[in-house]
Design a binder for this molecule. Structure first.
Ligand code: TGC
Ligand code: FAD
Length: 388
């Protein structure tokens, strides 16, 4: 029987990619194989984000990859998806870092910023010399950001920002925070530089998930900001929600990479693990489970590819992004858990990737909108009733 050329791409989805898309995927895959995989287990165990990789990621053109101008690569939607997929094949922490930098920080500056803000922040962010974080979630309930308490009041020519944000990726290492706050005019976005008096960040310790990523709480104690630090181009919740659409798109692709990493390792393991006189791979029950994982990965790949086509055509809706984020995160988490189980006792060892991916995916299925929120978004699109 002929085996698929790549068992983690059963339908040869890669045959749909252009030469440029192949090259982007291969260069990020090489980076992940050579630079991420050798260290990521230690990073996870030591609760350490590998900052030493930021420069290399920047030189590969990963930051702001989907944006035009200002030193950004201007790549298409499939390329951006493949970058996310390959990074997350290494670890969700790397994809998270890239999502926050590109979709949650550079995107709003590019889309809603003044020319001066774009010139000041985007080139240095593309070069990885300025790290961003995105502050939307607050401790009283991330699913309902319209209920935020962080507020900005006009003070003279500028603003006074007060409040706090919770669960912020990169929060304690960021050079600039994109912070969403309630104002008399509606929700607005502010660019808060590290070191601005009254602004502080505290890292959240003891996470069991995304241990190779930094997560922090942000505090704003009457932070005085000049008028030049507000994003002029958007007022209202649609500002942050439009950024989430970009990041959720990337996660839909990223989750596939985590699942592929788990399945690839399990396929090897089941060939060599002999029980009851034959390889695990030669038993019906194991084959059915492997086939089912392959089926789920394949459908996620096809969903992501069609989402990319809709995005390129300017036709992608937030509800479609919700369905893809929901489906692909659920798929990846289920695959990682199943792989963990099929590894037996070895599955709880950091020596094998599935438990690390599984623990990471508990965050990935929660952040950028929980599974329930995305189900309700699809439900609203189908029925016209908002049932949040
Ligand atoms: P709703 O009435 O639906 O919308 C308010 C306004 O926003 C517009 N809108 C969008 N615009 C652009 N893109 C989108 N995706 C949009 N979705 C909605 C909408 O048209 C409306 O505009 P207008 O002009 O009429 O005012 O708002 P709602 O209050 O009913 O909320 C809906 C809901 C629950 C879906 C929303 O609140 C939500 O998505 N909640 C989940 C919050 C969330 O995902 N937070 C993520 C925080 S960031 C994060 O987790 C980063 S992790 C990063 C990493 O490490 O990778
Ligand atoms: P809640 O909103 O309190 O939800 C609790 C539970 O209630 C969930 O199961 C939810 O699905 C359910 N629920 C909510 N509403 C309903 C409803 N109407 N009906 C039924 N069930 C419902 N945020 C940022 O702004 N920036 C970041 O960079 C960022 N990074 C993160 C990194 C990590 C590692 C994590 C874990 C989170 C991060 N977040 C970030 C926050 C993330 O977006 C929130 O955790 C998420 O939106 C959920 O909010 P919450 O934790 O407050 O849970």
């Amino acid at each position: 029987m002929s085996a698929p050329a790549d068992p983690t791409d059963f339908f040869d989805v890669a045959s749909q990619f252009s030469e440029e898309q192949h090259q982007v995927q291969q260069s990020v895959a090489r980076f992940v194989d050579q630079r991420v995989l050798p260290i990521i287990r230690d990073c996870f165990e030591q609760h350490r984000f590998p900052r030493e990789l930021i420069g290399e990621m920047a030189s590969l053109g990963l930051f702001g990859a989907s944006l035009e101008g200002f030193g950004c690569a201007g790549l298409d939607a499939v390329c951006y998806g493949l970058i996310s997929q390959e990074l997350e094949r290494g670890d969700s922490a790397l994809r998270s870092f890239s999502s926050v930098q590109t979709s949650l920080c550079m995107f709003p500056i590019h889309r809603y910023g003044s020319e001066e803000q774009k010139q000041r922040y985007l080139p240095v962010m593309a070069r990885g010399e300025c790290i961003g974080c995105f502050g939307l979630t607050e401790s009283q309930g991330g699913s309902d950001p319209a209920n935020m308490r962080t507020q900005a009041r006009r003070a003279g020519d500028g603003w006074l920002l007060s409040g706090s944000k919770m669960w912020i990726t990169n929060g304690s290492i960021a050079d600039v925070a994109v912070v969403w706050a309630r104002t008399d005019e509606g929700i607005r976005g502010f660019l808060v530089d590290r070191g601005t008096p009254g602004f502080s960040a505290t890292e959240i310790e003891n996470k069991f998930s995304l241990r190779a990523s930094i997560t922090a709480a942000l505090f704003f104690d009457d932070v005085r900001l000049p008028a030049s630090q507000v994003l002029p181009g958007v007022v209202g919740l649609k500002g942050p929600l439009s950024c989430l659409t970009q990041a959720r798109y990337g996660i839909s692709w990223g989750a596939i990479g985590a699942a592929q990493a788990c399945l690839a390792q399990l396929l090897d393991y089941t060939q060599t693990r002999e029980l009851f006189g034959r390889p695990l791979a030669a038993t019906q029950a194991v084959q059915i489970r492997l086939a089912d994982m392959s089926r789920r990965i394949t459908t996620a790949q096809l969903l992501a590819l069609q989402l990319a086509r809709l995005k390129e055509a300017g036709a992608m809706t937030p509800a479609q992004v919700s369905m893809a984020k929901w489906n692909n995160c659920r798929m990846a988490l289920d695959v990682a858990r199943d792989c963990r189980d099929l590894l037996g006792g070895a599955g709880i060892s950091a020596e094998y990737a599935p438990i690390r991916h599984m623990l990471n995916l508990e965050s990935v299925i929660t952040y950028e909108g929980t599974e329930t929120i995305h189900q309700l978004s699809v439900g609203r699109a189908l029925t016209g009733h908002s049932a949040f």
